[in-house]
Ligand binder design. Structure first.
Ligand code: SF4
Length: 202
């Protein structure tokens, strides 16, 4: 696995504006019915990456205005809880994701939640350039950190390895520190039993 120095990887330079996939009306990428956009490009190079093909910034197809309009239309369905941004590395796809999330917030306010998955930790992102911090600012939930194969556990909710945290971003902004998310209510790390790290596999 590769780890960047602060600010070393810049999506405004690296992104080719490609997406690996778009799945409307899924049930697996966060709470409720969601529209999931998978962007291309991720230099973390985690061994065992669930979507290794999408590590290339040129994988998939170019993001288009038509796709963005379709996403906005799909999100408008009353049974859709929100948008999920996955990769690849969404924090390095800010040229396409910032305009998208700004549009989503302009159209729906806080009515639709935005979840984002990143190989960066929450603390790392706070020290990154403004494009990443603005994207984080628009999101409600961050699943953070790289995938670590020896910490893989098959029944972790919404994440692959136990080092990854599901972070409640509004609560974290209020607390000034990472606060973990829990389904149906917001809570702090100490009171989220199902997020306790699973023992490493041998
Ligand atoms: S951060 Fe995620 S997408 Fe990137 S290499 Fe690691 S597992 Fe794959």
């Amino acid at each position: 696995m590769t780890q960047p120095r602060p600010g070393e990887w810049d999506g405004r330079v690296l992104s080719a504006g490609h997406t690996a996939d778009y799945k409307p009306f899924t049930f697996v990428d966060g709470e409720g019915v969601r529209c999931s956009l998978y962007v291309s490009g991720c230099p973390f190079s985690c061994p065992g990456c669930y979507n290794a093909a999408a590590q290339s910034f040129r994988y998939g197809t170019p993001y288009t205005d038509e796709l963005e309009d379709r996403i906005l239309g799909d999100l408008a369905q009353p049974y859709v809880a929100g948008l999920s941004l996955l990769g690849g590395e969404p924090m390095l796809a800010t040229p396409i994701l910032l305009p998208l999330v700004r549009r989503v917030r302009a159209a729906f306010g806080d009515e639709k939640s935005i979840w984002i998955w990143s190989g960066y930790t929450y603390e790392q992102l706070l020290g990154e350039p403004p494009d990443k911090r603005e994207l984080l600012e628009h999101c409600d939930v961050l699943v953070d950190g790289p995938f670590i194969q020896r910490l893989y556990h098959h029944d972790l909710a919404f994440r692959g390895s136990s080092n990854q945290r599901i972070i409640d971003l509004p609560a974290s902004r209020r607390a000034g520190t990472a606060a973990l998310w829990q389904s149906g209510r917001r809570d702090t790390e100490d009171s989220v039993p199902f997020l306790a790290p699973a023992p490493p596999r041998s």
